[in-house]
Design a protein around this ligand. Structure first.
Ligand SMILES: Nc1nc2c(ncn2[C@@H]2O[C@H](COP(=O)(O)OP(=O)(O)OP(=O)(O)O)[C@@H](O)[C@H]2O)c(=O)[nH]1
Ligand SMILES: [Mg+2]
Length: 346
């Protein structure tokens, strides 16, 4: 009788140990790091996404980062004002006669100074510079150039500290790989950012292991723009081709994928003036925001060869923290539900 009881107890103990071990294993699986890999062509908004994550989950930007952005913002103002001046000359856009000599002396500037700031302001008030900016699809300046020129007084001040908005708008092309790690509800997350320009893409493959999600970023507003790397290639066509390669890459057959249709703010403005049929001759619906975005979305989705594959999507303005918070919330829900299913809880 005694030995029977002790045998039963022994069995119960073993069973309980087994259950504990299984629970621990499941908990570990549930709490395994979620790795998000940001992919997409150059300037689509990948780094802006990671900056937003830094604001939302990692205490924002340090003083030394702000210092770096201050220097880049001021230096970019010189570079892109020069690009606008050169464009006025190449596209035969006239500046006011009194501004011609200012434009010529501006082309010699290399370092930010009160004089540079004053000349930036005078030139940006000239309608010719604004016309050149409106025609930026014919040469290269970043979209954010107008934002920084509009804020020249603040940026020139000796008291200037870049705001979050300034940092989100500041463009530094990514070279190599950057990542950010953080915890949300006891689950560790890692977001990996890579450079999207052609020369950077060969480095992507080193990041392909253990990816939970690919976030493929598309700049909606680039449908009438040419690649920085090759001015003959339309940016949207390049992005579609790259998405096709990414989505059908054997590494990612089972990886969840989200497309961020980004720069919706710029797209909304542009679609009123530039017909989408310039990029897609089969587009017939004119300046209708909803139909145009839907059309682009379908162009991307039809590139995936596996019709059963679920591709999530969001329309975003990458510089709007609330938009990225919403994307992240929906990612959390997907991860949670997936892990609950995998660990057999539901
Ligand atoms: N207006 C607007 N600007 C955006 C948006 N998303 C990103 N940008 C701006 O677009 C520019 C390029 O963004 P990045 O995040 O640097 O692009 P990227 O994909 O990391 O580019 P690479 O590092 O070259 O691959 C920056 O100046 C951003 O501020 C958006 O939704 N709206
Ligand atoms: Mg980047």
């Amino acid at each position: 009788m005694g030995s029977k009881t002790s045998k039963r107890r022994q069995k119960e103990k073993e069973k309980s140990r087994e259950i504990d071990a299984r629970l621990k294993e499941e908990e570990q699986r549930f709490k395994k790091e979620v790795k998000l890999l940001l992919l997409g062509t150059g300037e689509s908004g990948k780094t802006t996404f990671i900056k937003q994550i830094q604001i939302l989950y990692n205490e924002g930007f340090s003083d030394s980062e702000k210092e770096l952005y201050l220097t880049v913002i001021r230096q970019n103002l010189i570079v892109y004002t020069k690009a606008l001046i050169n464009a006025t000359q190449e596209l035969r856009i006239s500046l006011k006669s009194e501004n011609t000599s200012i434009a010529n002396r501006f082309l010699e500037y290399t370092q930010f100074s009160p004089q540079v700031s004053q000349d930036c302001k005078t030139l940006w008030e000239d309608e010719g510079m604004k016309t050149a900016f409106d025609r930026r699809s014919e040469f290269y300046v970043p979209d954010s150039t107008s934002y920084f020129l509009d804020n020249i007084n603040r940026i020139s001040s000796t008291e200037y500290h870049p705001s979050e908005r300034d940092i989100l708008s500041c463009r530094i092309p990514t070279t190599g790989v950057k990542s950010i790690s953080f915890m949300v509800n006891q689950i560790p997350w890692k977001v990996v950012d890579v450079g999207g320009q052609r020369s950077e893409r060969r480095k992507w493959i080193h990041q392909f292991d253990d990816v939970s999600f690919i976030i493929y970023v598309v700049a909606l507003s680039e449908y009438d723009e040419m690649l920085f790397e090759d001015r003959r290639i339309n940016r949207m066509h390049e992005s579609l081709e790259l998405f096709e390669k990414t989505a059908n890459n054997e590494y990612f057959h089972k990886t969840d994928c989200i497309i961020l249709f980004n720069k919706i703010d710029l797209f909304e403005e542009k679609i009123k003036k530039r017909d989408l049929s310039n990029c897609f001759p089969d587009y017939k619906d004119g300046p209708n925001l909803e139909l145009a975005t839907q059309f682009i979305k379908e162009k991307f989705l039809e590139k995936t060869k596996n019709p059963n594959r679920k591709i999530h999507d969001h329309y975003t303005c990458g510089t709007n923290t609330k938009h990225i918070q919403q994307v992240f919330n929906s990612l959390q829900t997907i991860v949670f539900e997936k892990r609950m299913t995998e660990t057999g809880v539901i």
